[in-house]
Design a protein around this ligand. Structure first.
Ligand code: HEM
Length: 504
């Protein structure tokens, strides 16, 4: 009898808790939505899931950005998107871009998520210059800027030039010929994996091993998720103890830590700072100036080294996607190849003669920027709503923006779907906040000059030696995955490389 009564009261308690949860959910949803009254929003899929069902389906069909593009066209340049409990202001409004990218006090990276839950944080760590914020971020950014500043391009150029030229001579040249097809994404991945070693950051005997591992991880994670992205699944995929990805990250961190410790000892045992202005030396000095626990300093330096590996991957995507566009733009390819073959590479400043090549790169950064979209979190000190542009937004609102969509806005860009480098001729400058492949403001890309220099250097080194003939698979064409914030390319970017009879 007692047992039956106990069972009933347990059941009643469970039902009661469930009812409370339901009431809480309904009230909370109604409250949350009332907060954003007045901000346009597409019709909800249903009360419970908000717009989640449409978003999940769009990711599956690879139409995620198209859906957001259509929404912003129909309902307004800033719209509220409700996905379960997340309140997202999605914007393609240049004025909002300006506010979000310049107001560091109100907008931060997504720091309310569990530590290292964002993909970048998994690899680069919470306190790296890419993912961190506040006082420590400011110190790191300042110190790293010295190395990647425009004024330093000539020095970084001298470090990178031998690497890429050796790669083309010894690695690529051995693979080409006899109609063999080369997968360009893979080749660019190998080149840029080795770049951190060129600037002094490899703990590996074979400089590109570690970088290749980073690229492999980047490629592998979406596959592990079955092509679908969700934060919970991502945590699961990366968090499995014995997964290959985790093993790789652990091994990389171990080796880089040893390298860091060695360098730290060298710095501390020497009186002069003269030899420590290389990138690793700067990263160590930056982290030592932050208020971190001393015994974790080497971990934090490793976070920043891995950040450099991560950002190198942006150049891989950028160049690989360019060659997808060039398949159908053979006139553009020929004009760029002619310019490059008539050009003599001397120092970094000679690269500025490559006007048309620069236009091609600017256009590829417009058509498909390596970061297709971005996110910030609104946080007010007293948690009260804040006036952002024309709207009152609750503290905790996520602001999502898409560089890709703003680059395809018909009101700003003539014929935006056309790959047209000519639009950049005669020194054309886009309106502010309508072209942001490197974002803008104090958290804009630190490496944009380095990126432009190295992408030109790569094109010069390859096109002066080879003719590139597209061999893209018609059934499995390479396409840009619209679902991820960082560009991913589905399928191979296959080209045949034919050695030129008299290479420059
Ligand atoms: C085609 C190449 C590249 C593109 C399109 C690109 C684009 C971007 C974008 C859009 C951001 C802002 C991300 C955000 O806050 O949401 C960013 C940040 C950053 N980029 Fe790049 N990037 C490229 C290459 C590089 C390179 C070569 C470096 C080398 C150092 C670099 C270093 C960084 C760093 C350190 C940040 C974080 C800055 C901060 O938060 O203060 N990037 N990049």
């Amino acid at each position: 009898m007692l047992g039956v009564l106990g069972g009933c009261s347990l059941l009643l308690s469970v039902l009661f808790l469930f009812l409370l949860y339901l009431i809480y959910t309904v009230v909370n949803m109604a409250y949350v939505r009332s907060l954003y009254n007045g901000i346009p929003s597409p019709p909800l899929d249903n009360f419970w899931y908000g717009h989640q069902v449409t978003m999940v389906a769009a990711k599956k069909d690879n139409t995620f950005l198209d859906v957001f593009g259509a929404w912003t066209k129909e309902y307004g340049s800033s719209i509220m998107v409700f996905a379960s409990f997340r309140n997202i202001l999605f914007t393609v409004d240049p004025n909002m871009f300006k506010v979000v990218t310049s107001d560091l006090n109100s907008f931060s990276k997504l720091d309310d998520l569990p530590n290292r839950s964002l993909f970048g944080q998994r690899i680069a760590g919470w306190n790296s210059v890419l993912t961190g914020g506040g006082h420590n971020w400011a110190i790191k950014r300042k110190v790293m800027s010295k190395f990647f500043a425009k004024a330093n391009t000539s020095e970084t150029f001298e470090l990178c030039k031998p690497l890429i030229q050796n790669y083309v001579r010894s690695n690529l040249a051995g693979k080409v010929g006899k109609g063999q097809v080369i997968e360009l994404h893979n080749e660019f991945s190998t080149i840029f994996s080795a770049y951190p070693a060129a600037v002094g950051l490899s703990g590996f005997d074979d400089p590109d091993t570690i970088g290749r591992n980073v690229s492999k991880i980047l490629e592998m994670i979406p596959k592990q998720l079955g092509g679908k992205f969700s934060l919970t699944k991502l945590l699961f995929a990366v968090g499995k103890d014995k997964s290959e990805t985790v093993d790789m990250v652990i091994e990389m961190r171990k080796r880089l830590k040893a390298l860091t410790r060695e360098k730290m000892q060298e710095i501390h045992s020497s009186d002069s700072a003269a030899n420590h202005s290389d990138l690793l030396g700067l990263l160590i000095q930056a982290n030592e100036s932050c208020d971190f626990e001393r015994d974790l300093l080497d971990e934090y330096v490793v976070d920043d080294i891995l950040t450099i590996y991560l950002v190198m991957d942006n150049m891989v995507k950028q160049l690989a996607s360019l060659f997808i566009f060039l398949e159908s733009e053979q006139e553009v390819y020929r004009k760029m190849a002619r310019e490059i073959r008539d050009f003599t590479l001397t120092d970094s400043s000679s690269l500025s003669q490559l006007r048309y090549t620069e236009q091609v790169l600017l256009e590829s950064l417009r058509m498909a920027p390596a970061l297709l979209r971005g996110t910030r979190l609104l946080k007010t000190p007293d948690e009260t709503p804040s006036r952002i542009g024309p709207y009152n937004l609750a503290s905790g609102t996520q602001i999502h923006f898409s560089q890709y969509l703003i680059h395809h806005n018909e009101q700003t860009w003539r014929d935006p779907k056309k790959f047209d480098p000519e639009r950049w001729s005669n020194g054309f400058q886009p309106e502010p906040y309508t072209y942001m492949p490197f974002l803008a403001g104090p958290r804009g890309c630190l490496g944009k000059h380095f990126a432009m220099m190295t992408m030109k250097l790569t094109l010069v080194s390859i096109l002066q030696k080879f003719e590139l003939i597209p061999k893209l698979n018609k059934e499995k064409r390479p396409t840009i995955d619209q679902g991820m914030a960082v560009m991913r390319i589905r399928n191979n970017v296959d080209y045949e490389l034919i050695p030129l009879p008299h290479p420059a």
